[in-house]
Design a protein around this ligand. Sequence first.
Ligand code: ATP
Ligand code: MG
Length: 434
Amino acid sequence: MENRTYTTDAAPGDTVTVAGWVHEIRDLGGIAFLILRDTTGKIQVKFEKDEMDDDLVETGLNVQRESVISVTGDVEEEPRAPTGVEVTPESVDVISEADPELPLDPSGKVDAELPTRLDNRTLDLRKDEVKAIFEIRAEVLRSVREAFRDLNCTEINTPKIVATGTEGGTELFPITYFGQEAFMNQSPQLFKQLMVGSGLERVFEIGPIFRAEEHNTPRHLNEATSIDFESAFYDHTEAMDACEHVVRSAYEGVAENCQDELEALGLEDEFAAPEGDFPRLTYEDALNRINATGELDEPLVWGDDLSTEAEHVLGQEVGEHYFITDWPSEIKPFYIKDHDDDEEVSTGFDMMHPSMELVSGGQREHRFDHLVEGFEQQGLDPEAFEYYTKMFKYGMPPHAGWGLGGERLIMTMLGLENIREAVLFPRDRQRLSP
Ligand code: ATP
Ligand code: MG
């Protein structure tokens, strides 16, 4: 639109055309105010009924809330206006009239349940605090990409339609691919590993992962965004260093560039990037600390996965981001390398926020014979993965990496109660549209 001025840029003395949505109309009798909202903020438009053209007043005050309009007029200082300035209109143009029956109230005066909000995301994102989540999400992805660049990574994109799953047959969405069975990919795991053996060596990918999670939970999606990293000649400790750098950078980016958004969410005082190194506990330490609290009905024993409850108990104990290392080999996937001096213990690690798991990673098995053995032990057919295993015969360096759940990072960063708050159009058991 030619000559459009954003509301926040309208300065006293200017003649401007502002355009956006009708946020509110307040009619006080002889004088009335229309609050116009755009992506940058809001501005007051003043109608003095006796001094203005009747048509102009009528157009401005009869328009439905949430209609799109443009207003041309002079900007003046007005300390009583919400932003300290107001526009006296010379003309008002109704560009797109809104139906008076709104399915959702963008002014937030009437609360809406999450399903109603998700059904009407366009209107939902007209609210400052909802829009703020997605501005922050964009900043997280920007800072994460920058952090990967610090680490000299190359960004890659791998297929999401695949012939086989990574983590066995469960949680896979089957699709039909020209009459042949195929699946939506659960993870870029195998592809990113293949790239560390290429000339690229160190790669990252930000892309969708698809998981047919059986249950609706506040922290699982059926389509999520995975932030994946993999590097040649890295061991699991170096991969953890990289993970810490990336997560910290995301927080720092938000702290630096999203003050207004944090304010919209009421987080401006409490938001802070994690300080110091993330503690690294072994799985055994973790079990001991959990069991010592006596909060679980049954103490955990070696080989148990950590339940949601166990994660909470430990998270309360540690109280900051932390790693759990040296997991039992039997509960980590086939591609994770075991320790050379104890094959019962793997190099797999998880990175945890006090409330939930954010990352799984580890050093990978790069020795062809061990890899094929691992497939067989997990009951997988190595032949189905020949495209992958084959490349381990032609010079595959030792390597390590991890996958970070993008929505979980944003959810925990902002203290959101439900992961769906961090996705524009979430996919869950009930929701396939919009
Ligand atoms: P969980 O046990 O919490 O379901 P997972 O161990 O099955 O997670 P991984 O396969 O380790 O998940 O995936 C790596 C990361 O991707 C997880 O730590 C998490 O942050 C994210 N992630 C995995 N599955 C989902 C999902 N269904 N929804 C949202 N994020 C997910
Ligand atoms: Mg995991």
